[in-house]
Design a protein around this ligand. Structure first.
Ligand code: PRX
Length: 654
């Protein structure tokens, strides 16, 4: 979404929704929470941490001696998997359904209780250990949305291994880069999964990634779940079936307690340079904030609510709000394998009706696509069980928000939660029983979190003005570093406002006249396509790796469906054939994955550059969004934009 579009929405947006009285009355957190948390942030987070079960208490809540390498709950010990599974069984809740799993093929369902989950996590932990995977080793997980994916993550956590889940839509190249960077010893995968009524293969991509890595890889086993039954190649030196190993392993496993700062997982995310950043999250602070925010922002009543988050476990939302937060809270949740339109467009609404989902968390891109399909499809289902709706991933357009609230939620409150892979858990959101909500605004900081909008010098801007979104003090679920690159961690997040010690989120934001915050999108060269962050540089590198391409510049242009769409400008080599846009776009798909595939590729004779050789993406974005060319005075050759604009009409839409 362009800044202009959000801003113009903002100018007209006067709607405001107060919390429903009934919900407010019985809400988990009340208005006093804000003042209490602000009064003593450390005491507030310590109390939130007490909701977990610790094997040893911490001696210090926040250790800021070595900023920005902050530590939380120093000296405390706990096991994340024990907190998500065993303690609920010990509390007598073993028969509670943890996961209502819904496969894409209709009638392909499984119900998994907390006792079932405990057994299977213990079995997987025993299997990992037998494969020589232990504390501090890395396990890569490349799976469809099946319960085994959650088991695979929790089993790693249980033995102190660090997991890195790679989204199943990523290519062999992207998988190999991540497996190499974290030094994974084990890859857990499946033969394939279901996507839009067909098998989508996973194991062949793992094979290809391992081959690409060659000597650089450390993978000594590939654990394979049979999901689709499709034919796959088998390497007897590496490959082990889940049903031959995990399913036959002992169901007894004693969890060991790990340090609060023991790494829990590494999640790769796009940065402004080509190499993805491995965001390192640790155990105690992360679990504290994931669990507490989940409980407070959805007003979760674990005894009665049925929760559903539609994210993929390959993204951070799946980590914090499918696995760690909800399971630490002992919820019953729905896990759905497939796409929203398989086998029919109302599939999601049917699932909500069938399981009486009461808390629902999805992304604006999905909401917009349903809105386009019209009201009749959701109207055919009984959605009256819904009581709180959540949105995450990008700014939500006010119209989509209101549609979501009324047509899907029947007036239920919507929480617009702003956070990032790096923040680990929610940082801004209204609270459904406390805070009034405005469509399109994440409103303000979560209790115990401090954010601000600042100018270039780091000064807080007055109400009615815009600037950079910053987090002004450390928070429990913050990233601890970039895996293997402390310097990049400091440079990326802490250098911009070093004097103030603020965390730079990379987002632009505005305070309205009431001081409520509206996130406007990324200020760096990072795009947000369907709620997923993609780096322009990464896609440019993929394009330039094709023999036809001499140079490439990629921008994110406003798109009504996906928020932003990838638009690429390429300069071809002389050897390139005339009509190769499709081939180039397929190449990006192969190198990175379908999500990064450019929507448009435009062949241009030159790219606009400053005298120092930096590509002026702003100009290309203006052009891609049909705004004409603005100020070109800093261009080395100002005639270039005319050349590019003239060629634009002939460009093909992919
Ligand atoms: O630009 C913001 C946008 O998504 C970015 C974080 O992306 P990622 O690390 O992939 O995590 C997505 C899920 C947490 C942010 O920098 N973003 C996320 N949520 C919102 C948002 N922008 C506006 N409003 C939101 N609620």
């Amino acid at each position: 979404m362009s800044t202009e579009e959000t801003l113009s929405n903002l100018l007209h947006e006067t709607r405001r929704f107060e919390p429903p009285a009934e919900l407010a009355e019985s809400a988990n957190v009340k208005a006093e929470v804000y003042a209490r948390a602000a009064g003593d942030r450390e005491a507030f987070w310590a109390e939130a941490a007490e909701r977990l079960t610790w094997a040893e208490p911490w001696t210090r809540v926040l250790d800021d001696d070595n900023a920005p390498f902050y530590q939380w709950f120093t000296g405390g010990k706990l096991n994340a998997a024990y907190n998500c599974v065993d303690r609920h069984v010990e509390a007598g809740l073993g028969d509670r359904v943890a996961i209502h799993w819904v496969g894409e093929p209709v009638d392909d369902k499984r119900t998994i209780t907390y006792t079932d989950l405990q057994r299977e996590v213990a079995q997987a932990a025993n299997t990992y250990a037998a494969m020589g995977v232990g504390s501090g080793d890395c396990v890569a997980i490349y799976m469809p949305m099946i319960p085994e994916a959650i088991v695979a993550m929790l089993a790693a956590a249980r033995i102190g291994a660090i997991h890195t889940v790679v989204f199943g839509g990523f290519s062999a190249e992207a998988l190999a880069a991540r497996v190499e960077d974290c030094g994974a010893k084990l890859i857990v995968t499946a033969d394939g999964g279901w996507r839009r009524g067909a098998h989508s293969a996973l194991k062949p991509t793992v094979d290809e990634a391992i081959e690409k890595l060659g000597d650089r890889g450390k993978v000594s086993n590939v654990l394979v779940v049979r999901r689709t039954g499709q034919d796959i190649d088998w390497n007897a030196d590496l490959d082990v079936w889940w049903h031959d190993s995990v399913a036959t392993a002992s169901t007894e496993h004693t969890p060991e307690a790990f340090d609060a700062e023991h790494p829990l997982y590494v999640m790769y995310t796009s940065g402004t340079t080509g190499k993805p950043k491995g965001i390192k999250h640790t155990t105690g602070g992360y679990l504290t904030q994931a669990a507490y925010t989940h409980w407070a922002q959805f007003d979760l009543k674990p005894d009665t609510d049925v929760y559903w988050c539609t994210a993929d476990i390959g993204w951070v939302t799946g980590h914090s709000y499918i696995v760690y937060g909800p399971l630490a809270n002992g919820v019953t949740q729905v896990l759905y394998e497939g796409t929203p339109d398989a086998p029919e467009r109302g599939r999601w609404w049917k699932i909500i009706e069938e399981y009486k989902v009461s808390l629902f968390y999805t992304a604006p891109t999905a909401i917009r696509s349903f809105m386009k399909q019209g009201d009749a499809i959701p109207a055919a289902c009984d959605l009256s069980s819904l009581r709180v709706l959540g949105s995450v991933g990008e700014p939500i357009n006010p119209e989509a928000y209101v549609w979501y609230k009324t047509v899907i939620g029947g007036g239920a409150p919507v929480i617009d939660t702003w956070w990032q892979t790096e923040t680990g858990a929610t940082m801004m959101t209204p609270l459904p029983g406390v805070t009034a909500a405005k469509p399109g605004s994440a409103m303000g900081a979560f209790p115990g979190i401090t954010v601000d909008v600042v100018d270039d010098e780091g000064n807080s801007v007055p109400n009615g003005s815009g600037g950079y979104l910053v987090v002004t003090s450390p928070w429990p679920s913050m990233l601890r570093t970039i895996w293997g690159d402390d310097q990049r961690y400091v440079d990326t997040y802490w250098a911009r406002f070093k004097a103030q010690g603020y965390y730079f989120a990379g987002d632009g934001a505005k305070k309205d006249e009431d001081g409520d915050i509206w996130v406007l999108g990324r200020v760096d060269d990072v795009m947000n396509v369907s709620g997923h962050r993609l780096s322009t540089t990464e896609i440019e590198s993929a394009l330039v790796s094709h023999p036809y391409v001499a140079e490439a510049a990629v921008v994110g242009a406003t798109d009504p469906d996906t928020g932003q769409a990838v638009v690429a400008y390429v300069i071809l080599r002389e050897s390139a054939p005339g009509d190769c846009e499709r081939e180039l776009s397929d190449h990006v798909r192969k190198e990175i994955g379908p999500i990064a595939k450019p929507k448009r590729i435009m062949v241009v004779p030159e790219l606009p550059k400053t005298r120092s050789g930096k590509i002026m993406r702003r100009l290309l974005r203006d052009l891609a969004e049909g705004r004409g060319v603005g100020d070109t005075t800093t261009l080395a050759d100002s005639s270039i934009m005319e050349l590019i604009a003239a060629g634009k009409a002939a460009a093909t839409d992919e």
